[in-house]
Design a protein around this ligand. Structure first.
Ligand code: AQP
Length: 338
């Protein structure tokens, strides 16, 4: 088979991350770490979802800085712009354009059922804006514009992906085949890393309690200390079972970094206390962030390079997504301008 023919058959992978803070261990093992691994096998597109982050009030200067940091962090985590399409969402206007069209094919009732909307509107009760509500339509646009086959995300995004499939199916039924139906690609372990302080809640980079999350740029002593302070339970046994949310979460993290099963971990820590276990978790986690931190320092010091990469990415993303957008406009009856 010809090389080009083989390349054309590669599946399209797409995912994004908000520049709402430094990536957490949850973002890393639930999403970004896997993105890097997929670059050789698939056509990958990864973006900084800055439009999504406007659903929560942001300080403008901080958002600009965080967007550049997040872009540098993507590269630091191993996303290679020679292999993958990397861009910043607001640099590609088709995302907002398709989002509007899709929101006109979305029902109020289905958006009201979204868990993330319920969680975030409870957390930000003074700012329950329309963007927070229609967030899934923008996420559907992000994915459908590139005709993505697979979307690697954490388990928390499963519901949004199902919504994306629903809306794509609805549109295809009305107007004929327009969008590819994307599959969720959710890692088996680490798909939902929980807060270290409230282990029934997912770990979030915008959590006000700094001890609740580990960031991928935290120094080793900070990582170890956060694990030492992690909330567990009043028992003593390192055992994976219902109700032991704190321990289950720490065991999941340990398992992702060591490749050990829950049974192996239970055996390893039999007769040892939680203190020893928490220290061991911290020690296995520190190595990968060390490498990411060093890469990040190098990229963020070279603004001209970052600018060149995100400009080239935006140009390419605009060209690819325009194909779908043109098709959509024609199908819904918008008069062509060219
Ligand atoms: N705790 C988590 N465990 C596993 N995966 C996670 N992801 C997020 N939190 C966890 C995955 O990370 C990717 C990027 O997420 P995002 O930044 O776009 O938005 P989010 O899901 O809202 O993440 P945060 O950290 O909770 O951000 P804030 O605090 O700003 O709301 C997604 O693939 C997500 O599944």
């Amino acid at each position: 088979m010809e090389e080009t023919e083989k390349a054309e058959r590669k599946k399209v992978i797409l995912s994004g991350i908000q520049p709402t803070g430094v990536f957490t261990l949850g973002n890393y093992i639930g999403a970004v770490k896997n993105w890097g691994k997929m670059q050789d096998e698939y056509h990958c597109a990864y973006f900084i979802a800055d439009l999504h982050s406007l659903t929560i009030r942001q300080d403008p200067a901080a958002l600009r800085r965080q967007s550049l940091d997040a872009f540098a962090l993507l590269l630091a985590c191993g996303i290679d712009p020679e292999k993958s399409l990397v861009f910043i969402q607001s640099h590609v206007p088709t995302h907002s354009e398709l989002s509007w069209v899709l929101s006109c094919y979305t029902q109020f009732g289905e958006l009201s059922r979204m868990t993330q909307f319920k969680d975030k509107s409870a957390r930000h009760a003074d700012n329950v804006n329309a963007g927070l509500f229609t967030y899934p339509a923008l996420m559907a646009a992000d994915i459908l514009l590139y005709q993505a086959d697979m979307v690697p995300v954490g388990d928390d995004q499963r519901q949004h992906l199902e919504f994306t499939r629903d809306i794509a199916t609805r549109f295809n039924n009305l107007y004929g085949s327009t969008f590819k139906l994307p599959e969720a690609y959710i890692p088996k372990a680490g798909a939902r890393v929980m807060s270290l302080q409230e282990p029934t809640k997912k770990m979030s980079k915008s959590d006000e309690n700094q001890n609740a999350f580990i960031t991928i740029l935290d120094e080793p002593n900070v990582i170890i200390n956060k694990f030492k302070r992690a909330v567990t339970d009043s028992e003593k046994e390192v055992r994976f079972s219902e109700g032991k949310d704190g321990i289950n979460n720490l065991m999941t993290i340990y398992s992702v970094f060591t490749g050990k099963t829950m049974e192996q971990i239970e055996a390893e820590f039999e007769g040892k206390g939680y203190g020893d276990f928490k220290l061991a978790v911290g020690e296995v986690v520190v190595e990968e962030p060390r490498e990411v931190r060093e890469n990040f320092k190098r990229y963020i010091a070279d603004k001209a390079y970052l600018e060149q990469v995100y400009r080239a990415g935006a140009e390419k993303a605009a060209a690819i997504s325009a194909r779908t957008m043109t098709k959509v406009k024609k199908k819904v009856g918008l008069l062509a301008s060219l």
